[in-house]
Design a binder for this molecule. Structure first.
Ligand code: SF4
Length: 469
């Protein structure tokens, strides 16, 4: 079926009906999914007969797939693949040092449980093995994105309290929608428009704050120009590729992006399989740390089941800041299903705060329908486009044959993720150091510039109007 039309509400409804029945042909043909040129990978060999890395992506995986992006975006996304990484690695082996780039990989926290399950190891050891593999390819630094997620959470917390305090004279202050999911952002900007965009938290996502940390802070520490560093993010979904190519994350003077390439966890694992890598034979190498040479810090996670727990963190912070109440445990009330839940803070029978977590496009559509027809009772909604949240991202949670989410795999990943120790970003001394040394303090102009962005309605004239399913 070919639909040539700017995505509109009825079409999204149609798409929803078609969910799980049709596959997105464009993605199957491989945005960011390709085979490695065997001769270019630094220290390892890829068999000459390697089949192309193929992954199937269901329409339900993401409504912001290649089929509904502009040609320019499509071109940029198509450059985010293993071939491109191999090209950079190969270039580093050539004599012309002016073209050499320092390779840095940042692994999303939600990707780590995937490698733990696939390797049959706990997360810390699986992470060391993954780090060993990446460094054997020629990657110089490997980070995880927990620090960046901490910034994103802290900024979201503060923004929520500011919005709450001006709710009576700004009718767009609340509800606040979280901003970490690029699938949701895409849908909000291109389909929902001004009904929703003023309500989206301006805090950058963990991925894009990591981009700033690496291309701004880390390059200064290493006395490198940002264009001399090639930054790869390993992520649980394809949507992150689309986020990385947003204009505001591109430095046109230096022709440098905060994130040069996003690879999904599944793409990295398929590369390992193609290269017949034995996990047992890999060196265990500790992760690097942007703040210190030592590296090897203990892995921690944030609240929640695997999506950085924006709702939980903001809820606890707001309870304390606004009402002087300490909340230890958060009790969810399931509404429509496990992907539509709410949390309330009450005092003497009065509801002080009412937040919701809304995952998956069907639930998002219910939320938006309520918003269109009147009032939703929530002050904050954590919105994620994947049912189940980020651990279920389609770049890592699909079964061997592709298409459908492997529920057993997701359960194993959630179990592995929950085994990590929770650490509140408020108590992370590294964040406090970086606020001072890098950002000139909280609420500084520098912090607002690097940690925030704007989400706005995208009109049809700004977007490609062709959708091909
Ligand atoms: S919810 Fe899904 S699409 Fe959104 S950031 Fe998480 S994994 Fe990616």
């Amino acid at each position: 079926m070919i639909v040539k039309h700017f995505i509109s509400w009825p079409i999204l409804t149609l798409i929803d009906v078609l969910i799980d029945h049709f596959q997105c042909n464009k993605k199957q043909s491989g945005a960011g999914v390709s085979s490695l040129p065997e001769e270019d990978v630094a220290n390892r060999e890829v068999p000459a007969s390697s089949p192309p890395l193929q992954q199937q992506v269901l329409l339900s995986a993401c409504l912001s797939c290649e089929g509904c992006v502009s040609e320019e975006e499509s071109l940029k996304i198509s450059q985010q693949n293993l071939e491109e990484v191999a090209r950079v690695l190969g270039q580093n082996k050539k004599c012309d040092v002016t073209k050499h780039q320092v390779l840095v990989v940042s692994v999303c926290s939600q990707s780590l449980p995937f490698f733990a399950v696939k390797f049959g190891l706990d997360i810390p050891e699986a992470t060391r093995k993954l780090c060993g593999f990446l460094k054997s390819l020629g990657v110089q630094y490997v980070f995880d994105t927990t620090l960046a997620a901490g910034f994103s959470i802290l900024e979201s917390q503060r923004e929520f309290v500011q919005r709450y305090r001006k709710r009576n004279h700004d009718n767009q202050a609340l509800p606040m929608f979280t901003s970490s999911c690029p699938g949701w952002i895409r849908y909000a900007e291109r389909v929902l428009g001004s009904l929703v965009t003023p309500h989206i938290c301006t805090a950058r996502s963990p991925q894009q704050i990591m981009g700033c940390l690496v291309k701004d802070y880390f390059t200064k520490q290493k006395k490198l120009s940002p264009d001399k560093l090639y930054h790869i993010v390993v992520a649980p979904c394809f949507d992150k590729k689309l986020e990385a190519v947003r204009e505001e994350f591109y430095n046109s003077l230096l022709d440098s992006r905060d994130v040069d390439c996003v690879l999904t966890s599944g793409e990295v694992f398929l590369m390992m399989e193609q290269m017949k890598v034995s996990v047992a034979d890999l060196d265990s190498v500790p992760l690097d740390h942007v703040l210190s040479e030592a590296g090897g810090q203990a892995l921690v996670r944030h609240e929640g089941k695997g999506s950085e727990g924006f709702l939980e963190h903001v809820f606890k912070y707001a309870a304390t800041e606004l009402f002087g109440l300490d909340v230890d445990e958060i009790t969810y009330k399931t509404l429509r299903n496990r992907d539509f839940q709410e949390v309330c803070l009450e005092r003497d029978g009065e509801v002080l705060l009412q937040f919701a977590s809304v995952y998956g496009f069907r639930n998002i559509q219910t939320l938006v329908h309520r918003m269109r027809t009147g009032h939703i009772p929530y002050q904050l909604v954590e919105v994620l486009s994947c049912p189940g949240g980020c651990v279920s991202g389609r770049g890592q949670a699909e079964g061997e044959t592709g298409g459908r989410v492997d529920k057993a795999l997701v359960q194993q990943m959630e179990d592995a993720y929950s085994s990590l120790t929770v650490r509140l970003p408020d108590t992370n001394p590294d964040l406090l150091i970086l606020y001072q040394d890098w950002l000139e303090g909280q609420d500084s102009t520098h912090a607002n510039t690097l940690l925030h962005t704007q989400y706005t309605q995208q009109t049809p004239s700004q977007t490609q109007t062709h959708i091909q399913w």
